[in-house]
Design a protein. Sequence first.
Lengths: 258, 263
Amino acid sequence: MTTHAVAVNSASKIFNQGKTNEVHALDEIDLTVDDGEFITLIGPSGCGKSTLLRLIAALTKPTTGHVEVKGKSAEQARLDQDYGMAFQRAGLFDWRTVSKNIELPLELMGWNRTDRARRAEEMLELVKLPEFGGHHPSELSGGMQQRVAIARSLSFSPSLLLMDEPFGALDEMTREHMQDELLRIWAETHTTVVFVTHSIPEAAYLSSRVVVMSPRPGRIASTINVDLGDRSDDTREDPAFFEKVTEVREALRAVESI
Amino acid sequence: MTDRLQRLGRSAAPLIGGLAILAFWELALLITNPDGFVLPPPSEILAAVFDNWEAVFDAARNTGFIIVSGLVVGVLLAVSAALLVTRFRTANEIITPLAVSMNAVPIIALAPIFNAWFGLLSPRSNQAIVVVLVFFPIFINTAKGLTQVEPSQLELMESYAAGQWTIAREVRIPNAMPFFFTALKLSTSLAVIAAIVAEYFGGRQDALGPLITQSAGLTRYPEAWAAVLAGTMIGGILYTLAGVLERMAMPWHSSVRADRQSN
């Protein structure tokens, strides 16, 4: 039997259960992600896509059902640091230099200084910011900060990357550039990615599979496979790409009208 | 070279401004020549400092000791309380309401009562006033800095399976630094006020508070002003020291760095 990178089995999440402000965030979610896949979760706000990502990260527990990451419980995977995480806000620590931010997870894992410094350098090369190691995060633009956050999430070579609208706060040009960077890194590092977004073109461009979710309670409404081959700037103008965008948009419309 | 000139210009501006005010003060009194001597000109105040150098210096030293010791004890207590409160929920439930209600007490009004507790001529009562007065702003601000952390930064630390103490060391404490230093700088002037006003009611007699009340009572206003000047100097020195500590403790902070870059 093969183990999946992520396996969510009939997981439900109810916040404030039994109270007046009870929220049924997720209902009977089944989702498996294979090794090396790039899947996006998309849906209107309140559909529980971020909650689902947090269930996988074991930052919150399912009310019923269970979540497995790399064949073990999500909680165990968190303790084993099997995944890297990036958020909409870069969340860099201002009191650390860019290099030291990237080194933080390595420090917590007990890497020695030389190895940490070498890895930080490699990661800065990977996100194309080699000369910025000694800077403080506040000296960097939003897009550069987000690249550092991605470098940090990849620094310990996790085989799974969980991203919660990481490009949501960026302008369109930077966002497209970052998408290409991410795809390049994904191809170079053979990482599995679960990516939350509310941008339809972003979902279609990035993923091998788009999971469309519906709100109240959060359910998986449909799954769209995307096979556009290697992405490039031409892909963004490719009719096949627009077809996928339309397909995702229509799936979302169907969700909205429920 | 131009950098140095700019820096010189920046520190010279308030100096020139201050001197201008003193000159205006001196001249205005010289021209109007008021009958009373409630407001002496700066030259007389300065002369009073030199004429009574020993008395003013001793008083400043004694009051300065009360201020500094009260400040140190108050800061240590406030920071420990803030760390406890943000780490343990029970501590929070006990200490925070206490601290908040304590803030509603007009602490200076306690001076005569503290005198009764610690002895009328003991500096302990004055120190206690400083400690209590300084405690609240530092406690509240530090606790705020320890708790107001970006949620994604906490989630990130959790995703690294970091424990609460690691999170405190790596995230909460550095995050609280700017809050703490803002409160510390505020507290330096509070501490000076608290010590001098507390001394009006009791404590050592060779201190700034009694020097002011006694000189004013004997209509020796230049001496009273000389004592006020000494208190001002103590406040200024402590504020500057707090600023130096701030720069040393958080060279990363944008306010500090912006300064350094433009130098």
